[in-house]
Each structure stands twice: as structure tokens, then as C-alpha cells.
Design a protein. Sequence first.
Length: 561
Amino acid sequence: MGEEGNMTGPSASVVAAGEKTSAQTLADTARDWPDATALLIDGTRLTWRALHEDALLWARGLVAAGVRPGAHVGILMPNSADYARLFYACGVIGATALTINARFKEEELAYAVRHSDIDVLFIGGHSLPHLDFRAMLTRIYPALAGWRGGPLDLADAPCLRAIYAIADPRETDWPTEAAFLEAAAGVEASAIDRLSGQASPDDPALMMYSSGTTSHPKACLLTHRSLGMIGAAFAERFDLTADDRIINPLPMFHMSAMLPMAASRASGAALISTAHFEPGAILRLIEEERVTFGYLSFPTLVNQLIGHPDFAGCDHSTLRFLHCVGPARTMEKYRRAFPSAYYINAYGLTEATGVPCFTDPADPPEEALTVSGRPFAGITAKAVDPATLADLGPGERGEIWLSGWALFEGYFKDREATDRALIDGWLRTGDMGHVRADGRVVYDGRLKDMLKIGGENVAALEIETWLCAHPDVQIAQVIGVPDDHLGEVAAAYVELAGNARLTPEDLVDYCVGQIASYKIPRYVRFVETWPMSTTKIQKFKLPRDFSEGEKIDPKTRMPSG
């Protein structure tokens, strides 16, 4: 057997957090810190007491709408206080919150509604006219054009009984937030108390679609237990208290937002979010709210902050931590930009309740540049040979497998995919990397993100890391394309920084003499936008229609420098 990472059990406080539903923990937090800020989003500030009271009211509205324990409640809206109210209201009565990707196109949304067995769907008009979910649904289901709020009977969505239009200023015959809350007044508080007491931490708290390389995303089921434990473990590792302020502009339909929300619930810390990422506004919030934790996760966001004209004059000295994942040299740039903050690296996936592995503030700061982190106590990691499934030893590169309390319950209505992902208590992540002798995980790219160049296995991440070390490169994504000579070669899509000007030949020259010749991209294209899923670039959507005229032969280039 190889080294299997962290073999100790979770602390008593983390275990205790798993014994309650998200809504029950919310009630505890409202009792302990009633007047502390729980949520600040686009000008709406809610204390823990107010958020809890709102959750109970909206739970009464769900019951009035006919929602019962175990039902799937769809939430399709941008980040908002209403989003948080609905999530907690579902937990109060034992319903499952289906957090739908607000970036879904019509085909993807139709699939999610049909596949997930949604009982009631809430759509938000918070970002009109940019996100018009009512118009989108009417295009998908033409019968909705004449719907006046009565019983629904959609052939392509047989389980969907009702749709509520929340925060939509336009006139509509559809049920609105006002009608929803008016009906809530007719439900006795005692009925809500009874349902809350019956809810179990092992009930699914979330159904969340996880995008990958397949044509349809898979619906991951995550329980209150794993969500509560990972929030408490996060708060414990970073010593969060009710004095902390976490800024997290990532979408609430993603675990990159649900995890810090769980951590704030476990610690009383405030969560600061927004429906639309505007770097100047985020910088002002960091300064005015004295933010202590920047949970920003992706270079696409951090680059916009440090590249903004207001950055130099912004006081961000209250930041204790900055979380982002990316190439080491990019992260080193962020460390210099935010000198007061300890840089936090991480590793995770939706199927492991988001991020079960973070670097530790007790470790040397420079280690976070190359090490993804240490799994939370009670979660173990190992590397496995993806071909033979044999365990690998410390430092040996293979597929990362995880076990422990953070694993998801499975994919909704997909037993075959669940059985492929969960083997004897272990989650096959599909990610490459290794586990050090001390249990730290080092992520090394997707298993399917490997190139086979002239018979050599090459991680796309390795080439991307080198390209991102160029001072004029903001983001680089490498894919494999067919080649008559080598079977496959690297092609790079590159977003340049600021007003930088480079040619494809410049980047190839940068690689010549610095990395093995077979790893050097033969094709380079510059882009300004990327095909995105939730917060990740979807490489499989990058075009592979390269012409022979675009090909660059490294042998004809001179070494850089």
C-alpha cells in the first residue's frame, strides 16, 4: 500500500457540525451571533437573526406551495439574498435545493429541468436584462407563453408543478415573490418547527450539476452532513471567527461559493458576495468592509483586481488569506500584490463536497506555490496507477483517489456513473498528481488532460505553467491536436495581459531551449474570451480546426533570450 495521506479523524467540533442540517446550524449561529453580519450582497445586509427569520418565512412559503420533504426545489438566479433565503428554507423543511447553473444555455437548462425531477422552480430577475430566465423558459416551453399560474402540465418537464418569478420588476401573470410570501402567512410556524425537527443531516442538502467533458453534466448529491463538516473543517483550519469577513464573488450554484457559505455558518463570519463581478466594486468592499479572507479561487478574477486602476490606492492590509489556484509563478505574483495575505492553494471537486484539501497556514508560505494542500482530518488521499489500479508510493504520480466523510452520495439517476466513480469507499477523481509522504497532495492536471506526443505522456498543465511564466501571458490553455509525425502535438490558446503584444512565434521562441522540444506548442492562438462552464474553462469546446499554415516548427526558431 502507498502512503494514504491524512489518517487522523476529524475534531469533535467538526463531527458535531455534521450532526445538524444546514438550517439547524443557521439557527444556532443566529442564537450565538444574532446581530453580526451574516450576508452582504449588492447593498443588502442581513444579520444572522434576520437571515434565520427569513429562512423560516420562506420555508412556510415552500410548504404553502406544496413542497414536501425530499422534493427538489430548483433555484435559477444570480447571487442574491433571495438565493440564500431559498437554500436555507429548503433545509428547514427537508427539501433538496437544486442549484442550477445560471450560465446554462437553453438545451442545458431543458436537460436539467427534465433530468432532475424539479418540483418547484424559482427564477430570479435580479440581473435583468442580462439574465432573462423567464424569456428563456418560454422559449424552451412555448406553453408557458399563455400560462397564468395554474397547475403546470409540461410534457418535457412532467414533475414541474410551479414556477415563481422572484425580484422581476415586469408585470407578469406568473406567481411572484409577493404571492409566495402572502401564502406563507397562512402556514403555522408549528408546522415548520415539526418539519425542521424531522430533517436529517443525511438528507441531500444540494443537488449540483458538475460539468465535465461529457455532453450532459452529472447531478451530484451532497448531504447536510458533509456540507456541515467541510464548513466547520474550513473554519477550523483558518481559525475563522465572527470577526472575519470573507469576500466570495463566485456563483452560489457552485461549491466555490457554497463552501465558504458553510464556513461562515460554522464560525459566524460574514460572507460578502455580488451578482456581477466588477473589480472596482470588489476593491472598495475589501477596503470598506475590512475583508480578512479573499476567497477568489481563479486567476481570471484576481487578474482583474490587480490590473484595475484603483488597485494601487486600495487598502487591502486587513487580508489574512488569499485563495486562488494556478501556476506557481502566477501565484507568486499574487503574493507580492497582496503582501499581508497568506496565499492559500487547494485541491477539490464537487464530488468531494467542493474542496477537502487546502494548504495549512502553519506550513512555510512558499510551499503553497507548488503543493495543493493537506486533506482535512478524516479524509485520506492516495495516488493510484490508472491502468492497473495499484496503489502508488509517496511521490509517485498517478490518479488521485480520496476517501472519508466528504464524498458525495452519488449521481442522481445514474447508478452506472456512480459505480465508476466510487470504488470500495474511494472516489476516483480523474485527476493526476501524487501524495507526499507527509500526506500533502500535489495536483498535476486532469487524467484526460494528458497529451500523447511521440509516445511520451505530457501533462497540459506542465506546458501551461511554463507559458504563464511569460510576463505578457495572463492565461494559457493547452490541448492536443492530431499530427502526422508525432501522433499528437500541443496547441496553445493564450490570453495576453493588458496591452501586451506578442506573436505566436514569440511564444514558441520563449519555449525553445527551455522545455523539451516535443512539448513545445506547434500552434498558438490568442483569445480574449473563453468557453466557460461554471467557473472553469471548458477545454473540450476550444476549436481544433488548426490549418497547416498555422503550424510553427520549433526547429526553425532561435532559443529565447
